[in-house]
Design a protein around this ligand. Structure first.
Ligand code: ZN
Length: 294
């Protein structure tokens, strides 16, 4: 298997990404049930992210000299502006994550454009720049979404699951410079450890996973990524990974990965730019890559 070429001879790339959802997911989930607007405790689970965990994560990233990528719904940015300013001020990337963490699949083109542009304006007003990256919130996007993002100047998305290397997204039947950096469910702390009594999250799971096992899962995924020369995009949520016990999982990962000199730790925008400018050209010289990697 041909290995992707990473900067400075590095064997693989690692991204630490955080979806700072705040209470939007819990608000949306509760809204679907009668009287759900009264579920204040559920929303407080999400609010732990911007209220407490974000600053703890910033300290941890700073300790290991790592720049992360934070995908933030526009509504969360409006509710927690100072937190978002602190994240951006520390040199981390702010990415687009919808406005109210809404599902793009099933929305009209006009509705999607409104959401995309509304949050872009919020980021620009808050931190002086629009987002370059996008992560689809609450499930899937619609067939038009990547084109709408690309037309509005987005550099990349980190939303799909079908590869462990970046690739150029096919839009209107041809490869574009809109880069996809896939992630995986097995890299998602939400899948591993998120828990709420009511509304039940996740449905059917009644125990929180063992932290030692979660760390072991993440480490094994990283070791496989390193062996095969891939790009690993950890998909974490401050309200999940940022509790006093779980943040030690993050610290173990940071400690292990930053100690390896041949691992490129980068933001989503850096990976997308690198892939577009360098690796994609090399692939072109050697023959066109498969266009079916969704
Ligand atoms: Zn999210």
């Amino acid at each position: 298997m041909k290995k992707t070429v990473w900067p400075n001879g590095c064997r693989c790339a690692a991204m630490f990404t955080f979806d700072l959802d705040g209470d939007t997911t819990w608000e949306n989930g509760a809204r679907a049930i009668p009287g759900g607007e009264d579920y204040i405790r559920s929303r407080s689970v999400g609010n732990y992210g911007p209220k407490r965990a974000a600053d703890m994560i910033l300290d941890m990233l700073d300790r290991y000299g790592v720049k992360g990528t934070f995908y933030v719904p526009g509504l969360t940015a409006e509710r927690w502006p100072e937190v978002v300013k602190r994240i951006a001020g520390a040199g981390h990337e702010i990415g687009h994550h919808g406005y109210a963490h809404e599902r793009f699949a099933g929305k009209t083109v006009e509705e999607q454009i409104e959401i995309i542009e509304k949050s872009q304006q919020i980021y620009e007003d808050l931190i002086g720049r629009k987002a370059a990256g996008f992560r689809t919130p609450s499930g899937d996007w619609s067939p038009e979404t990547p084109k709408l993002l690309w037309e509005r100047g987005f550099s990349y998305s980190s939303s799909m699951r079908g590869d462990d290397r970046p690739y150029r997204t096919v839009i209107d039947g041809r490869e574009t410079d809109f880069i996809e950096i896939p992630t995986k469910w097995e890299l998602d702390d939400y899948v591993e450890m998120a828990y709420n009594m009511y509304t039940p999250t996740p449905k059917g799971q009644d125990r929180i996973a063992c932290y030692r096992s979660v760390l072991d899962n993440f480490v094994r995924e990283f070791e496989g990524c390193y062996r095969y020369g891939l790009c690993i995009a950890f998909m974490m949520h401050p309200q999940v990974i940022g509790t006093p016990g779980r943040i030690l999982i993050l610290e173990e990962l940071l400690k292990k990965i930053t100690a390896m000199e041949d691992v490129w730790v980068a933001t989503g925008q850096e990976v997308a730019d690198w892939y577009r400018e360098t690796a994609a050209k090399e692939e072109e010289q050697e023959g066109k890559p498969c266009i079916c990697r969704q």
